[in-house]
Design a protein around this ligand. Structure first.
Ligand SMILES: [Fe+2]
Length: 288
C-alpha cells in the first residue's frame, strides 16, 4: 500500500473520530478548509515527501489554500530556488490554481514578498479574508516595530470578522530546547491579540510540531517541520498540549461556525494530532 493511500485511510479514520457517529462530518456550506506548512523550503527529500502527502490529503479534504509559516526558501532565492523549493514540489496544487499565502522567516529574502505565488502583494505583512467572517493576518516577525503593530491594531479593529487568525515565523510560546519562546515578540504582540480577540496563531521556526495549551484563551500551534526536522527538539514543558519531534509534518484545518478542527499529519501519512477548539469568545474591541 502506498504512503498516499495510508495517509488517506488514516485521515479518514481520524476525521471520523471527531464526530459522534464515527463518520466524517458532512461538508456544510460556508465551511473553510485550509492547509499549513512551515519551514518548508529546503528542496530536499523530506520536503518532497511532505508535498506528496499534502497533495494526497486534498483528495479527501479539499482545502482551498495553503499558508506558509516562513523559511519558505533556504539557502538562496534565485529562480532555481523558487523552482526546486516551491514550484516543483507543489506543482499539482499550483497547476490547479491553489493559492499559497506566505510569511517571511529568518532565512527568507525580503524580496519574496514580490513573488506572485506567495500572494504577499509586495508587503512584509498583510491580511486577507478567504470568506466572510474569517480573516488571516500574516506578520513579519523578523522586524516587529511600532509601524507594524500600529498597522495590526488598525486592521484588527476594522476587520469585523469573527475569526481572527495570525501567522508569522517566530513562536510566542515554544518548548523548543534550542530557541524556545520569543518573549520579546510576545510582549509586543500578545496585548494586541488579546485586545482585539485573535483566536488562533500559527508559527514555525522550531523544526518540530507543538500544540500549545491555550494561553490566555488563544490557541497556538508551532509547525516548523514541513521539510526541516530537529529530532528530540521539544524539551519537557508544562505548556505542551501535544508535541511531535520525530518526523516531518504538515497540517490541515477546517473552520465550521465557531469551531476549528485540525489534523497534523506526518511524512509517513500518520495522523499524529487532531482535535478541535472554539474561537475565543472574548469581547473584542470591534463592532462585529
Ligand atoms: Fe527560522
Amino acid at each position: 500500500m502506498s504512503n498516499a493511500i495510508v495517509a488517506l485511510a488514516l485521515a479518514a479514520v481520524s476525521l471520523g473520530a471527531l464526530s459522534a457517529q464515527g463518520v466524517a462530518p458532512p461538508a456544510q456550506s460556508g465551511d473553510l478548509k485550509f492547509a499549513i506548512i512551515g519551514d518548508s523550503g529546503t528542496g530536499d527529500t523530506p520536503q518532497y515527501e511532505i508535498a506528496t502527502q499534502l497533495i494526497a490529503a486534498r483528495a479527501k479534504f479539499p482545502y482551498e489554500f495553503v499558508i506558509m509559516l516562513g523559511d519558505n526558501l533556504y539557502y538562496g532565492s534565485g529562480q532555481k530556488d523558487y523552482q526546486k523549493k516551491f514550484e516543483q514540489p507543489y506543482k499539482p496544487l499550483l497547476d490547479s490554481g491553489m493559492k499559497f499565502y506566505a510569511t517571511l522567516g529568518n532565512h527568507d529574502n525580503t524580496n519574496e514578498k514580490f513573488y506572485k505565488p506567495f500572494n504577499m502583494n509586495g508587503e512584509r505583512f498583510y491580511t486577507f479574508r478567504p470568506k466572510p467572517g474569517v480573516r488571516f493576518f500574516s506578520l513579519d516577525s523578523n522586524y516587529m516595530d511600532k509601524s507594524q503593530t500600529d498597522w495590526l491594531e488598525k486592521e484588527l479593529a476594522a476587520s469585523g470578522s469573527d475569526w481572527k487568525i495570525a501567522f508569522f515565523h517566530h513562536p510566542l510560546y515554544s518548548s523548543g530546547g534550542t530557541h524556545g519562546s520569543d518573549t520579546k515578540l510576545r510582549d509586543q504582540l500578545e496585548p494586541v491579540f488579546l485586545k482585539y480577540g485573535v483566536d488562533a496563531v500559527f508559527s514555525g521556526h522550531e523544526h518540530f510540531y507543538e500544540r500549545i495549551k491555550p494561553q490566555n484563551g488563544i490557541q497556538y500551534f508551532i509547525l516548523g517541520n514541513s521539510a526541516k526536522l530537529r529530532k528530540g527538539g521539544i524539551a519537557t514543558s508544562e505548556i505542551t498540549a501535544k508535541g511531535f519531534d520525530t518526523d516531518n509534518a504538515f497540517m490541515i484545518a477546517e473552520i465550521t461556525g465557531d469551531e476549528m478542527s485540525f489534523q497534523t499529519i506526518s511524512r509517513k501519512g500518520t495522523v499524529i494530532d487532531s482535535g478541535k477548539f472554539r474561537r475565543a469568545e472574548r469581547k473584542a474591541a470591534t463592532n462585529d
